[in-house]
Design a protein around this ligand. Structure first.
Ligand code: HSE
Length: 350
């Protein structure tokens, strides 16, 4: 069976996803019984490639690896003004729309409109875009459920490290009472470098930017907005909350001085930027993002560099901690692939 996929927003993660499709196509066919076919790619800056017969991925990836772009593919290329993302979503024969435009935590746009339009057209959704899920999850999920469509969001928190798959498929029937973790790689990298190598905040931030961990505007990382978006997603998707940005206390890491880190280390503690969501005994959901001094015995203390981690407190298992990458081309590309496999399983089981 073929699964037709359109990609909206084609940055590093999009290229990573195509590399995975190209590399794993035989395994997908043999192990799961489907062939992913990319029928359209649309990007505001790079333009639109539209081929309902399926884009030749080996050829496109070779063009990209040689410094080229969608335009150099030739046939099927349109300027974005002629055929934009919404035209593709409305016109293409795709079964799945993969939304990977840049995260906007203020408005959730243009991704939210892309997702709504695709759901209206009967397309399943896979996204790594935090904006629409942090801001409008309930509304989007209602539309998807009504139409019996799947909305895969694995890549929005901890990239491809399993969070939602784990919660939905592996941990039930545990009740989750709280979640706390390291949700931002840039700030964890900065704190680690400041503590272990006496690096200045500025140098560590610059290094995180050079390594590609930081958001386009690193204020989103260091002031805790990126972690806030992820806390909202965890709260509203996993804990049944309906929190908005203003319901979550948010403090970044810019106030932490090298002396604070040193003093904490002398006392046997370590600073981490912790996102947490907790269900109170009367059923309220409380959430925050703030630097915390953790004892070295806490598994989250040992998570260094750009790694992310989450501890779930459950009723049957006690604490379960997972650690893994929270960003990256292949790591986030994998999150898209795992949700596509889940969609295939859903379609097959009908
Ligand atoms: N800037 C983010 C981080 C990328 O540093 O974790 C993933 O959302």
């Amino acid at each position: 069976m073929e699964l037709k996929i359109e990609i909206i927003g084609f940055g590093t993660v999009g290229i990573g996803f195509l590399e995975i499709v190209n590399k794993k196509i035989d395994i997908l066919k043999e192990k799961f019984g489907f062939i992913p076919k990319i029928v359209a790619i649309s990007d505001k800056i790079k333009g639109t490639l539209f081929d309902e017969g399926g884009i030749d991925l080996s050829r496109l990836l070779e063009i990209i690896n040689n410094g080229g772009s969608l335009k150099d593919y030739g046939s099927g290329f349109y300027d974005f003004e002629k055929k934009g993302a919404l035209d593709v979503i409305k016109e293409s024969n795709a079964d799945i729309m993969v939304e990977m435009t840049y995260t906007n935590i203020e408005t959730g746009e243009p991704a939210t409109t892309h997702i709504k339009t695709a759901l209206e057209r009967g397309k399943h959704i896979v996204t790594s875009n935090k904006g629409p899920i942090a801001l409008f999850y309930k509304e989007l999920k209602q539309i998807a459920d009504k139409k019996n469509l799947f909305m895969g969001i694995e890549g929005t928190v901890l990239s491809g490290t399993p969070v939602f798959n784990l919660i939905e498929d592996t941990l039930p029937p545990n009740s989750i009472n709280s979640i706390k973790g390291i949700l931002n790689g840039t700030t964890n990298f900065i704190l680690t470098k400041m503590e272990n190598e006496n690096m200045s905040y500025e140098d560590a931030l610059k290094m995180a930017q050079d390594l590609g961990y930081a958001e386009a505007d690193p204020t989103a990382d260091v002031e805790g907005f990126d972690a806030l978006a992820k806390v909202l997603i965890l709260s509203n998707v996993i804990m049944g909350g309906d929190l908005k940005k203003d319901n979550v206390e948010r403090v970044g890491i810019t106030q932490i001085k090298p002396e604070d880190i040193k003093e904490a280390a002398e006392e046997g503690y370590r600073y981490k930027l912790i996102g947490s969501v907790e269900k109170t005994s009367d059923g309220k959901i409380l959430a925050s993002v703030k630097p915390m001094k953790l004892p070295l015995s806490d598994p989250l203390s040992g998570v260094s560099g750009a790694m992310n981690a989450l501890t779930f407190t459950t009723d049957l298992l006690g604490s379960v901690t997972i650690q893994g990458p929270g960003a990256g081309k292949i790591e986030t590309g994998f999150s898209i692939m795992i949700d596509i496999i889940r969609i295939f399983k859903k379609i097959r089981s009908k």
